[in-house]
Design a protein around this ligand. Structure first.
Ligand code: SRM
Ligand code: SF4
Length: 596
């Protein structure tokens, strides 16, 4: 066996390119200033292969002052200085080829490369649960996929043992491919690129998936169609899916969400940057009020706060770019737990933060003219349920949104869903932050025919909201090494049992139950009607899997973060199910079926 492939940053990014020959490698400097390009089109209008040799690395693009702070920053910053994660945009191909040719095994990778840097390529090593396999996270801007993309993802995981080869819809309407091996990764990455997708920049100190409205373009009450904006921002962030060294070395992750209307299906209040559609008070033009700083972490959970700024839709891409550059250059790199945007806002103070953002956005687009936030609408509004069958704004068309088992799809499920979308939705299918699948643009008169397809035997259409249709769950300990408790299987099982025992009379609604396996709160426990967060519990003095129960969370205009109401409830059915049943009865108006 020969020595391991090159790992020194600068060397690796410019050496041989083992997996394919890019047809059009841009010459130095060609991408500079190419901020906003149409989706899928490269800088010079031609196709550029993903993972092309990088001409610059993220560390070279950081301003001197930020780089100096990074060098003496937290351990992750120091690791980035030693060898930045964006090197994996290309090195992943070299590693894969070396493993395929038998020159190398994944075990020879350093822990830093395997478990940290590969996340820049969207490869999350599942060392604790399934060593040698990776979860590959794929950005799906606005959650919208073609059936060709979905079929490819199904095939990519379908080749592995079904105990690891599954797909998960995430709480940011992205898709995760499980079981992927390093030797297969480069092929999957190349194919994703060819299909208009990317896994690059989905982990570590990158912007996460662009969240928009799941019913964008369909919604009769829509204020802004979020689709194009999500695509344009995604292209700006990822440099048209090629991987963008300029925006890949942030002090920490950052989340952006764009709402399409007052329901706030995108959850702007829990994103670092939230864009909420509002009419300009004088002109009536629909733009966005900006909220900033929302996040969850072990250390702290915070809702966003208003930036007191209204921006035009046309300014959105430049605005996000300016905000990201400000965060990149000025955000703290000292304590990792205090590196989210909210800490930067608090350190600067809102006024200075606002001024700084404006200065940076003007640096991107000198014509940018921010305006004070638009006032909240006065008319009452009640958040709608988008699950089930609903008429679209287009006459004669409907969308159909079905519940999945907490986002988990086997390869065959995804293929069956793609069959439906090919037949009835012009090959489009959507993923939602509530981990649902949405079929758009169905001819309303074809609904009875469509719902006879095999997919709907396994995933029936809910006629009314149920506990099952309101379930959201993070990955949990089945695959996630940080999980303190198994979540998805329990979430689905307990919801089914609650639905079987409870009725919700007229005027009441089943609670949305959000499960999350640990305090990172990927399952957003704080915004569920009931939130369940993995934590320690004891039975007969013995440690068992447990949860803390949150109550009082809300999304949309009645937003708010839930608080812990009960601690250390064992997660096993005999302990937790009665607690959930009683909460449904006492707090949400449910009645036992035999009493109804
Ligand atoms: Fe998350 C880390 C899964 C949404 C807060 N999250 C992780 C890791 C990568 C940990 C790891 O390496 O194992 C998890 C991978 C598990 C796996 O195998 O799937 C993981 N997070 C997820 C997903 C898949 C949960 C899900 O089942 O849907 C979601 C992927 C979203 C996406 O498409 O990108 C996911 N994570 C969230 C959210 C919810 C959101 O974005 O609305 C949050 C809270 C919101 C936020 O970030 O402010 C969230 N995840 C975290 C954190 C805490 C961040 C912090 O500032 O401390 C971590 C830990 C970290 O980053 O160090 C984390
Ligand atoms: Fe893993 Fe914890 Fe996130 Fe669940 S909340 S996916 S257990 S890190």
């Amino acid at each position: 066996r020969s020595a391991r492939p090159p790992t020194i940053a600068h060397q690796a990014s410019t050496t041989s390119f083992l997996d394919y020959t890019p047809e059009n490698v841009p010459s130095p400097g060609e991408d500079e200033g190419a901020a906003i390009l149409p989706r899928g089109v490269a800088v010079d209008g031609s196709k550029v292969a993903v993972g092309r040799p990088k001409l610059q690395l993220s560390t070279e693009l950081l301003p001197e002052e930020a780089l100096e702070r990074s060098k003496v920053g937290n351990p992750f910053e120091k690791k980035k200085c030693e060898k930045p994660g964006d090197i994996m945009f290309t090195e992943v191909h070299e590693l894969a080829a070396a493993i395929r040719s038998g020159e190398y095994t994944w075990e020879e990778l350093s822990v830093d490369d395997a478990d940290i840097r590969l996340k820049w390529a969207g490869m999350f090593h599942r060392r604790k649960r399934n060593p040698g396999t990776f979860m590959m996270r794929v950005k799906i801007p606005n959650g919208i996929m073609t059936t060709e993309q979905l079929r490819f993802c199904a095939d990519a995981v379908g080749k592995y043992d079904p105990s690891v080869g599954v797909l998960d819809i995430t709480t940011r309407m992205a898709l995760q491919l499980r079981g992927v091996t390093l030797e297969d990764a480069s092929g999957v990455i190349d194919n994703l690129y060819d299909l208009g997708l990317t896994s690059l920049m989905t982990g570590m100190d990158n912007v996460r998936n662009m969240v928009g409205s799941p019913i964008a373009g369909l919604d009769p009450l829509e204020m802004v169609d979020t689709r194009q904006l999500c695509n344009e921002i995604n292209d700006m962030i990822t440099d048209n899916r090629k991987g963008n060294p300029a925006l890949t070395n942030l002090p920490r992750k950052i989340n952006i969400a764009i709402s399409g209307g007052r329901d706030d299906y995108a959850h702007t209040m829990i994103n670092d940057i939230g864009l909420q559609p509002h009419a300009h008070p004088e002109t009536g033009e629909i733009g966005f009020n900006v909220v900033v700083g929302g996040f969850f972490s072990v250390r702290r959970a915070a809702e966003s706060i208003p930036l007191d700024m209204w921006i035009k839709q046309n300014d959105t891409v430049a605005f996000c770019k300016g905000m990201l550059l400000a965060f990149r250059n000025l955000g703290s790199r000292k304590k990792r737990q205090e590196a989210r945007l909210m800490f930067m806002i608090e350190e600067m103070g809102m006024e200075k933060f606002r001024e700084t953002v404006v200065e940076y956005v003007k640096g991107v687009d000198s014509a940018f003219e921010p305006q004070p936030a638009a006032p909240a609408p006065e008319e009452a509004f009640s958040r709608r349920n988008y699950v089930g069958v609903h008429p679209q704004k287009q006459e004669g068309k409907s969308w159909v949104c079905v519940t999945t088992p907490a986002g988990r799809l086997m390869a065959e499920d995804a293929r069956m869903a793609a069959d439906v979308a090919d037949e009835y939705c012009d090959g489009e299918i959507r993923l939602t932050v509530d981990e649902k699948l949405l079929f758009p643009n169905v001819d309303t008169d074809k609904l009875p025919e469509m719902t006879k397809m095999p997919f709907f035997e396994k995933f029936p259409v809910d006629k009314k909201p149920t506990i099952t249709s309101g379930v959201v769950s993070c990955t949990g300990s089945q695959y996630c090494g940080l999980g303190l408790v198994e979540t998805k299987n329990r979430a689905v099982d307990y919801a089914g049992k609650l639905d079987a025992m409870l009725d919700f009379p007229e005027g009441t609604k089943p609670p949305r139950i959000h499960w999350t396996g640990c305090p990172n709160s990927c399952g957003q426990a704080q915004v569920g009607d009931i939130g369940l967060m993995g934590g320690p519990a004891r039975v007969n003095k013995k440690a068992v899997e447990g949860v803390n129960v949150f109550l009082g969370g809300g999304i949309g205009e009645t937003h708010g973060l839930g608080e812990i109401a009960m601690k250390g409830i064992p997660a096993a059915e005999e302990s937790l199910l009665p607690v959930l049943r009683d909460l449904c009865i006492e707090k949400f108006g449910a009645v036992l079926k035999e009493e109804s």
